[in-house]
Write a protein that binds this ligand. Structure first.
Ligand code: PLP
Length: 402
């Protein structure tokens, strides 16, 4: 956006932020800079600690022009001061955790969170001397109760994967600020378009760019956007020292996807609403959880906090044996929707997540938390990522198995 200072709308921002015509070739589309090193006009080396925002490119683990283009685009889309891109969504999560948590610190993490994050918090951090509280964040009071003098980081996820439960992000941001802690949020389900997470007071917003931002199921990546001072620390610690950097090729694919994110999210939302309303009318479907439906238990919060409820639906079909039978039938009988993990792609994806199995493996929640989870998910949910196909084709596909 070199030629104007005017703040542009989200569709213009998605297309132009971070990009400009190539000054030497005139190419309108961005180049892929597949270069690991960059020629120097300085005779001696320098430390990564000396890097500033206008240091020349030196080595691609420190910075690469194509990755920097995507970082500028995501920062602009998210309305954040800066952004760090990483090799995956999990590398974005570890960039936050391993940059800001020290031995003796206390982490508060959502009891329903991406399984990799839940397992990392439960198994890895205690081994490293970090205290962890796993908290049901649907009620901010639970977080207030869990805060200790050494609470350094509060990590929420809204909407939470896989059940679509929400956290009042503005309330948690206030609690974090009062406690002198950093508030990070995983907003992968919402994308930067579905939720203005920065303006809710969140310090760091992470995304698995594998999902909506990339949007086409062809590249794994992650991003953390937010306060410039915090992003700078992560760039030094996570990129330069831990080394989980995004490849320029994936950055280019994800940036091309991000260019159409506002348009795609509108279509995801419209398709998801049509499918969710149809699901609610099916006798075999016992519950539909979609933040865009008035039946969502936190619909008021969804309306306050989300600009677009995106395309993620969770639905129940009764008990474990019903779920198992339908999941098997989906594998055999779905023609359009793929039975697969992941989400946010142009192709629709569905996957069954049985509650007890998740409790035994990833979540291992206490009885009260398990009860709260079951209030949302029963014995299990089908997590449906509504893609960009015609909704009536998705409905026809689902009606053959439900
Ligand atoms: C997929 C996902 C992640 C992990 O991202 P990867 O790119 O697979 O490493 C983290 N959080 C949420 C909410 C996700 O859906």
């Amino acid at each position: 956006m070199s030629r104007t200072n005017r703040k542009t709308g989200p569709m213009t921002t998605a297309i132009h932020a971070g990009e400009a015509p190539d000054p030497t070739t005139g190419a309108s589309a961005p180049a892929i800079h597949m270069s690991s090193t960059f020629v120097s006009d300085d005779i001696s080396g320098f430390s990564a600690h000396d890097l500033t925002a206008d240091s020349p490119y030196a080595y691609a683990r420190w910075a690469n022009p194509t990755v920097a283009m995507l970082e500028a685009k995501i920062a602009a889309l998210q309305g954040a001061e800066d952004c760090l891109c990483t090799a995956s969504g999990m590398a974005a999560a570890t960039a936050i955790f391993f940059t800001f948590l020290n031995q003796g610190d206390h982490l508060i993490v959502s009891d329903v969170s991406y399984a990799g994050v839940a397992e990392l918090a439960r198994d890895t951090f205690p081994r490293m001397g970090v205290e962890v509280s796993v908290v049901d964040m649907s009620d901010p009071q639970n977080i207030a109760n869990a805060i200790r003098p050494n609470t350094r980081l509060i990590h929420s996820e809204s909407p939470a994967n896989p059940i679509g439960r929400l956290t009042d992000l503005a309330a948690v941001s206030t609690l974090a600020r009062e406690a002198g802690a950093i508030h990070s949020t995983d907003a992968t389900f919402a994308s930067p378009i579905g939720q203005d997470t920065v303006s809710l007071g969140v310090d760091l917003v992470m995304h698995s760019t594998t999902k909506y931002i990339g949007g086409h199921g062809d590249a794994v990546g992650g991003a953390v956007a937010g306060r410039a001072d915090l992003v700078r620390k992560m760039r030094l610690e996570a990129s330069i020292h831990h080394g989980g950097v995004l490849s320029p090729f994936n950055a280019w694919l994800i940036a091309r996807g991000a260019s159409t994110l506002p348009l795609r999210l509108k279509a995801h939302q419209a398709g998801a609403l049509a499918v969710a309303e149809w699901l609610e009318a099916q006798p075999s479907v016992t519950r539909v959880i979609y933040p865009g439906l008035p039946s969502h238990p936190q619909y008021d919060l969804a309306r306050r906090q989300m600009a677009n409820p995106s395309g993620m639906i969770s639905f129940q079909v009764g008990g474990v044996s019903d779920g198992e039978r339908i999941a098997r039938s989906m594998i055999e009988n779905l023609n359009i929707i793929h039975y697969a993990v992941s989400l946010g792609h142009h192709r629709s994806l569905v996957f069954w997540m049985e509650t007890q199995g998740l409790m035994d493996s990833s979540f291992r929640l206490d009885p009260a938390q398990t009860q709260s989870y079951r209030a949302f998910a029963g014995d299990g949910i089908f997590r449906l990522s509504v893609g960009l196909e015609d909704p009536e084709d998705l409905i026809a596909d689902l009606s053959a198995v439900l």
